[in-house]
Design a binder for this molecule. Structure first.
Ligand SMILES: Nc1ncnc2c1ncn2[C@@H]1O[C@H](COP(=O)(O)OP(=O)(O)OP(=O)(O)O)[C@@H](O)[C@H]1O
Length: 242
């Protein structure tokens, strides 16, 4: 067991975005989190990663309660995340973006933070891994949207997370870069990273995920292997509204 929520709930005024959601994501897997627009996936991510505080319920990571922990503390616990609308600093270079990405370092990186060249080497390593090392000195705003997503992912990896939560990694990205992101997720998963991926691109979800949780109206309505999920009448009903 890796990441678990129990009865997690968050309302905005009259809208219950996450509604008593009890979900378990397993260590070592590529987990998918899917559901129709507005079903609460991003709010769920925000509650888990400390971006917003849930109204009630709990979040535990590797057996430790992290409910209502601030986002930097969640990151230090080993959970990294990307955003639906990619977050990079447009006027900073690619390298600078990665060096500021570690401003909330884990204890391990904190001990080494005096060693700037070491951090630069780590940054170059992740730039090579995501395939944009040739853009090290470019300003982030001059990268394509897909390249900015790869930069954001490299920034997440700089934090050395064990679990990586990606919010729509394929959204707005061209097919070639989607392929690169998928390959990277597979490789990193083989190297031990756990993934939880919110994604509307079903081809990507079905080919990449080992386990899929389906949200509807703020709570899980089905979960299982992708092939099972595709045939589940509850899932079809949630998507088609029949
Ligand atoms: N800050 C907010 N203030 C008010 N309502 C919000 C806020 N954030 C989310 N909501 C509402 O909560 C519900 C769930 O939204 P959320 O963005 O979590 O869904 P989602 O499944 O991620 O959607 P999508 O797939 O379209 O990104 C929606 O009805 C949304 O309008």
């Amino acid at each position: 067991m890796n990441l678990e929520t129990v009865e997690l709930t968050k309302s905005f005024g009259g809208v219950t975005a996450v509604d008593h959601a009890t979900v378990r994501f397993v260590d070592g897997k590529v987990n998918g989190l899917i559901g129709p627009n507005g079903s609460g996936k991003t709010t769920f991510f925000n509650c888990v990663t400390g971006m917003i505080k849930p109204d009630s319920g709990s979040v535990a990571y590797r057996g430790k309660d992290i409910t209502k922990h601030a986002s930097d503390r969640v990151a230090r616990a080993g959970i990294g995340r990307s955003f639906q609308l990619c977050r990079v600093f447009p006027r900073m270079t690619v390298m600078e973006n990665l060096l500021v990405a570690v401003r909330h370092p884990s204890v391990r990186t904190l001990l080494r933070s005096a060693d700037d060249e070491h951090e630069r080497e780590r940054a170059r390593h992740w730039l090579r891994r995501v395939g944009i090392d040739h853009l090290e000195h470019a300003e982030a705003r001059n990268l394509s949207y897909g390249q900015q997503k790869l930069l954001e992912l490299a920034g997440v990896l700089m934090g050395d997370p064990d679990t990586i939560m990606l919010d729509e990694p394929a959204g707005g990205v061209n097919p070639a870069l989607i392929g690169r992101i998928a390959t990277l997720v597979r490789e990193l998963n083989e190297e031990g990273k756990t993934f939880i991926i919110v994604e509307h691109n079903m081809e990507m979800v079905m080919s990449l995920c080992d386990h899929v949780v389906v949200f509807d109206r703020g709570r899980p309505i089905a979960e299982g292997e992708p092939s099972m999920i595709q045939q589940d009448p509850r899932v079809l009903e949630a998507y088609l509204g029949v």
